[in-house]
Design a protein around this ligand. Structure first.
Ligand code: FES
Ligand code: FES
Length: 165
């Protein structure tokens, strides 16, 4: 089946099997390997992307279901030269060790900051419940999100960059 998906602002049309999961479409067909596969049970959140602005686990969605929709992956959030505040936050606050969970953590956190620019620690932990990290113990991840919220607030970006998708 042909699907056309707008990914990180660019349209891609590919012929896919109907059973192809979005995460495999992104990684294998579009070579956007920043979106990770960490489980086969839809629990870990490593595959989180934004679909029409909502954070979704891309291993729970078929590629054909997003035909005509907008998808944003970690590759579309910032660049090494111009990082998204969340990427800066994870860098500054050491919010990662191996980094495997980080793309999913960041995409889920971006949705949180879009709706709640000043989340409490409890709200951050609650929002990230669907994202597992095997390395960091979560404490620095929370600090990274708080750091990003401060940057976005100070620069008037609260909900700005994260709300673009
Ligand atoms: S790979 Fe999607 S939730 Fe684990
Ligand atoms: S930093 Fe290794 S899984 Fe989270």
């Amino acid at each position: 089946m042909n699907v056309t998906v707008n990914v990180n602002g660019k349209p891609y049309t590919r012929d896919v099997e109907p059973r192809t999961l979005l995460v495999h479409f992104l990684r294998d067909d579009l070579l956007l390997t920043g979106t990770h596969v960490g489980c086969d049970t839809s629990q870990c959140g490593a595959c989180t992307v934004h679909i029409d602005g909502h954070a979704v686990k891309s291993c729970t969605v078929l590629a054909v279901q997003v035909d005509g929709m907008d998808v944003r992956t970690i590759e579309g959030l910032g660049t090494p030269g111009e990082m998204h505040p969340l990427q800066t936050g994870f860098w500054e606050q050491h919010g990662l060790q191996c980094g495997f969970c980080t793309p999913g953590m960041i995409m889920a956190s971006a949705e949180l900051l879009k709706h709640n620019p000043h989340p409490s620690e409890e709200e951050i932990r609650y929002h990230l419940e669907g994202n597992f990290c095997r390395c960091t113990g979560y404490h620095n991840i929370v600090k990274a999100v708080q750091h990003a919220a401060e940057i976005m607030d100070g620069s008037g970006q609260a909900g700005g960059q994260a709300a673009d998708d």
